[in-house]
Design a protein around this ligand. Structure first.
Ligand code: ADE
Ligand code: ZN
Length: 338
């Protein structure tokens, strides 16, 4: 292993773009299907993995929603989240901000509380066991209606102490941010922090829309911002963090090869780029594998890697005190490693 690869694996880091349902490994999918008596379209772990060939976001989403059908009980959500946090501990992730998709569960008859209770119980256990701090962000599915998003927000109101923010995910093109302007305004009034997926497959205009119509403070993906120099300057000037996901972009054909990934150009333009895994079970790598991919594909040096890792804390929703402590630990690690 090269020195820089070891540095990546060992450095402390935060993960800011992670769909907990996208951590469902085929082995767990099979085991939960058996435990819950759910019929799967696949007979083996190998068959599941072989199906993970995507030509775009929708191809993936079709399998992602199908995969979640095995998540039924509170214990299932606990097991899913606990497995992800064990992986984080292995990869030296010290802070996570994870998404969940309540409508992916309520739409098939699983209660909002079942998902929330299992996830938060595991997050609390993960903090006690591994020292990993966390924030939970609830996403609205943008292919569903504004009315359904309002229903979901109403369900979340009782849990503002456990749900830190709201986000927007699922099929992007044809579902611009403006569709959810009113629901995001209501969420802001209720005290939720706001983020949204934008510019993954959708145009740079959707990034503007997320910032202007939804008033988000962080953009998930944001690849297409590169098409609009004025937008890149705005992201840099306002230090809006982008939670980028290189292996996801490769597997969903947002880019043809990692050497085409916009992370380096944006970083060099002064944008607060971060590296994350999105749906690691489906895209072939957790956060460290994503760092390795961009380090190799974009030929990043140690200074870029350090900036990306520091950005993961700077772009997080940690308190100022937690952030300063995390950055000091990172800097001490970097000093001792060089
Ligand atoms: N849901 C899970 N992963 C997603 C992604 N990369 N884009 C949009 N919605 C998602
Ligand atoms: Zn995502």
């Amino acid at each position: 292993m090269t020195d820089i690869a070891r540095f990546i694996d060992e450095m402390p880091k935060a993960e800011l773009h992670l769909h907990i349902e996208g951590t469902l490994e085929p082995e767990m999918m099979m085991a939960l299907a058996k435990r819950n008596g759910v019929e799967l379209a696949y007979g083996s772990v190998e068959e599941i993995r072989a199906a993970y060939e995507f030509s775009n976001l929708q191809d993936f989403l079709d399998l992602y929603y199908q995969g979640m059908s095995v998540l039924i009980t509170e214990q299932d959500f606990y097991d899913l989240t606990a497995a992800y946090l064990a992986k984080c501990a292995e990869q030296n992730v010290t802070h996570v901000e994870i998404f969940f998709d309540p409508q992916g569960h309520t739409e098939r008859g699983v209660a909002f509380e079942t998902a929330l209770d299992g996830i938060t119980r595991a997050l609390d256990a993960g903090e006690a066991e591994h020292g990993i701090s966390h924030k939970l962000i609830m996403c609205f599915l943008r292919h569903l209606s504004e009315e359904k998003a309002f229903e979901t927000l109403a369900q979340a109101m009782a849990y503002r102490n456990r749900i830190y923010g709201v986000g927007l995910d699922s099929s992007e093109v044809g579902h611009p941010p403006e569709k959810f302007e009113r629901v995001f305004k209501a969420a802001a009034e209720a005290g939720f922090v706001l983020v949204a997926h934008a510019g993954e497959e959708g145009p740079a205009d959707y990034v503007h829309g997320a910032l202007d119509a939804l008033s988000v403070v962080r953009i998930d993906h944001g690849n297409r911002a590169l098409d609009d120099p004025g937008l890149v300057k705005r992201l840099a000037d306002e230090q809006i963090a982008l939670t980028m996901c290189p292996l996801s972009n490769l597997r969903l054909c947002v880019i043809d090869r990692i050497s085409d990934h916009p992370a380096l150009t944006l970083l060099d333009a002064g944008v607060r780029v971060t590296i994350n895994s999105d749906d690691p079970s489906y895209f072939g790598g957790y956060v460290n594998e994503n760092y390795h991919a961009v380090q190799q594909g974009l030929e990043l040096g140690l200074d870029h890697i350090k900036t990306l890792a520091r950005n993961s804390y700077l772009g997080s929703f940690m308190s100022e005190g937690e952030r300063e402590a995390a950055l000091a630990k990172f800097d001490a690690f970097a000093a001792s490693a060089s």
